[in-house]
Design a protein around this ligand. Sequence first.
Ligand SMILES: [Zn+2]
Length: 95
Amino acid sequence: MSYSDTTKVKKKKVRSKMVPFPSSQRITCSECNNSTEFLEVSDGVILTTRFVQNKDGSFSQELDDSQVLGQVKFYCGDCGADLTQFHKRFLEMLF
Ligand SMILES: [Zn+2]
């Protein structure tokens, strides 16, 4: 599965956006200058959630354990450019 399989990628927008502060702190797409929306795509993810059944038959979630087996890719949310090179910084800036 890759992001390019989806339909959103193809339209290329022409933007005349100014970049007044080329701060090294912000990740900016080199293709379209988008710096607000990004996509993280994880390949081969196993989501395991542990539930406990209560006496009345209802369930409570006890543990959420997800495992990423494949690669984690990072894309521009606007034009779909591969920004995986920034993924490490993205994780560092994720709060
Ligand atoms: Zn972009």
